[in-house]
Every structure is written in structure tokens, then in C-alpha cells.
Ligand binder design. Sequence first.
Ligand code: 4AD
Ligand code: MG
Length: 479
Amino acid sequence: MSQRVKVKQILADDRTQYEVTVKGWVRSFRNNQFIALNDGSTNNNLQIVIDAENTDQALVKRITTGAAISVTGEIIPSLGKGQRVELKAASLEILGDCDPEKYPLQLKNKPSLEYLREIAHLRFRTNTFGAIFRLRHALAFAVHKFFNDRGFVYLHTPIITASDAEGAGEMFRVTTLDLNNPPRTESGDINFKEDFFGRSTNLTVSGQLEGELGAMAFGDIYTFGPTFRAENSNTARHLAEFWMIEPEMAFYELEDNMDLAEAFIKFVIGYILENNREDLDFLAARLVEEEKQKPQQERSEMGLIEKLEFVLHNEFVRITYTEAIDILKNSKPNKNKKFQYLIEGWGADLQSEHERYLVEKHFKKPVILTDYPKEIKSFYMKLNDDGKTVRAMDVLFPGIGEMVGGSQREENYDKLVERMKDMHVPADELSWYLDTRRFGTAPHSGFGLGFERLMLFVTGMSNIRDVIPFPRTPKSAEF
Ligand code: 4AD
Ligand code: MG
């Protein structure tokens, strides 16, 4: 019995004249002779040559696009164009038939991304999604490598929690109560105290608060897990369920935090450029085709690989919110229209059009914005001496907008409690969190990077639904 070998390995091997077994799915079958077989290890198919005349015709009929097959034979040099080697089939077995009349992925018409979103359960079998999700795997691996190499502890923070880390109220409630007939308090409210957890619970919006507990013991930790936001945003940048990477470091000030965020993003981009070039090149070529559909003036100046190399070799711009407002006030995004909204005053939150203007038109680089007005940021951020701004940092990326949100944390107990009062965050429910400030408090910082936003940047895809295997958005969560 010859050994099962992955197509990627066969194509990378210099040898010929050896026997293998391959298993995978038929991408196409031409001239009753040539099968293009894909096994998911690479977008490159292995050409299999069968001797149709000496093969059972009933079997040949079952070699259809999408069918799962197992083939044993010899790897030989290929005479045809397009491949160095091919597999001369000695035996072929159909593992699973695929009815060509019913299979939604016939290659004759290239399916649109929108159509593939409707059949997300099958889209892994296309080259585009093959490349995207192999890259997603590699990027996740690079995330762990970066932190592991630096001695960070990977901390698993809870999915079910009773706290609203961002204080924004965008939570999915979790309950074991029968909501058709819930227990009530005397005043008629639902009595969540009778719930399994004894109180109202929700899916986590961020692992940060628990991450801070870890940082105050291990020094450096990171989380990497799913987070949930019940915001009704139907955009190409928002998901209801997304993955976030949240490092939290004791003894880090804001500058150290910025340095780490920049080094981290550069490392993971460098990693995939070095290790996943084939899939990146595929997506780069896909993007070139997509750009051709756009009017000339809207086309990107750089290709995907160039864009990644650019980020790798250029320093991010670092400016304060106040400096950004000045730039925006004095800019003319359109011929004669200024950003009216911001001219009205310091203190307004930046809209995505402002962020994009800064990174795409003004600096043409990733930008780290710091020191935002305290009113528009979360309660846990450290107050600056001016009493007006907090030590926040957002990393903005061309084509993406906000990729990272983070800050130095308020380590002073009294100041934190004061901020919580101001922002109506219930201090009694977060007593465990406040313990870090009661017992051996220390300066510390951290940030959260949205994994799918990073995926958008490295794949050149434009819709966040196309970079997560099973997107959950207000209008799509079918399986
Ligand atoms: O800015 P956010 O809300 O920050 C936090 O959650 C902090 N607790 C992080 C921390 O300091 N540990 O979210 C962080 C990042 C954003 O910059 C964005 O990249 C991503 O998470 N993000 C989303 N990604 C996809 N869909 C959504 N609905 C997202 N909301 C935030
Ligand atoms: Mg944010």
C-alpha cells in the first residue's frame, strides 16, 4: 500500500517515479482523461491522468466536479504545459459522488463573492477561500508565536461573564430562565438572581478586565478568542461575533504599548510574507482583477504585496487626537467642503470618514492616535494631567480604519472609582476588578486588535464576512 501524500508536498518534491496515494476533490475532468484534484493543502491542483479506455465506464462517469476520490499511481514528469509532474493513475476509487446537476460550485461560471456568502458552507472549496482561510490559520499561528517568543502567558478569559468591559451596553444576554414565564421580583422585573449564575449574564465584549487580573500576576498576558457585540451595524467592517487579540502588560506605559502594537503587527505581516507567499500571491492577483473593475481614480496605487511590505518597512505615525483635529479642520476632503462636523469643536468622536482621511489622504500610512477626550473613551483609561484627555491609543489603517483600540489603564484606585461614578459603571459589581488597584497596583497597559480587521488588510478583501469562516452579522447566522 502506498502512502497518502498531500498535493502540496508532491508539488514541492523534486523527485519523480515514485508511488503515492492522493485523496481529495475533483475540480475538473477534461477529455475523459485529465482530472484536476484539489486536497485543500494548496490552491495548485494535481493533474491525474487516467487511462479511460481501460477503466470501467461506469466509474469514469462518476468522476464529476466535487466528487471525493482516492487515487494511487506513479508520479511522473508531465508533458503538458502548466505542471511539472502528474500522477499516472493505476487505481481510482470514488469515495463520495457529487451530482453535477445539483452541485452549486460548477466552475463554468465564476461564482461571485455575494453568491458564495449564501453558500458559505461550501465556499472553502474555492481557490479564493482556500487561500483566505489557510492564511487565517497562519496568521493565528504567528500571533501565538509572537507572544510566546516574548514570554507572554496565553490566558483564556471567559465567554460568559457578568461584566460589560466596554461599558457600552452592546451585549448579548445569556440566561437559563424560561423567558415565557420568568421569575419576577416584587417590583415585577425579571429576577435574574434565580438564574443559573444568580445574576444577569452576557457574552463577553472583551477579555480585557480579566486580562488585567492576569497581567497583575504574570506580568505579560494575552487573550485570543471570540468576542461578541450586539451592535446593529450592517457594515463591511463589523461582525456580531469577532475574534480579538488582547495583550495586557504590567509596568507598561502608553509609549511601550504603542511600541508593542507596532512590533506585533509588523511581526505577523512579516511572518506570512515569509511563510505563505503562494496564497498571498494568489490573493494579490485576485485583487488586481477586482481593481480593474473600478474607475481609474478609485484604484489602489499599490498591490497587496507592496502594501504589506510598505507597512513592514515604515514607521507608524504617532499623533494626538488634538493634533488630528487640527489637521482635519484645515483639510479639504472635497473640493470646497471641509469637515464641518469637526470644525464645531474639540471633543467630538472621529467618524470613519475622518479616520480614513488621515490615513489614506493625509499621511498615507498607519497612524496611532493618542490622548482622546475622556468623554468618548472607556472608564478604565488613565486620565492625563490635563484632566481632559485619557491615555488612549487607536491604531488606524489605510483601507480599514480602526484596527486596534487600547490604552494605559488607570491604576489609581480613587481616580478609577471616580471615573466609574462619572460614567455610571457599577463599582460594586466590579469589586474583583478594583482589587487589582487595592492590592499591589502598578502602571499597566494593553490593547485589543480585531483579528478580522487584520485579515481584511492582509488578504485585500473588502468585506469582513469574507475573512471569517462563519460570519455572524445582524442578517446572517444560518448555521
Ligand atoms: O476598540 P475596542 O472596542 O476595544 C476594546 O474592546 C478594548 N477592551 C481592547 C483592549 O484594550 N484590550 O475593540 C478593539 C478592536 C477594534 O479596534 C476593532 O479592530 C475590533 O476590536 N472590533 C471589531 N471587529 C469586528 N467587528 C466589530 N463589531 C468590532 N468591534 C471592535
Ligand atoms: Mg475602539
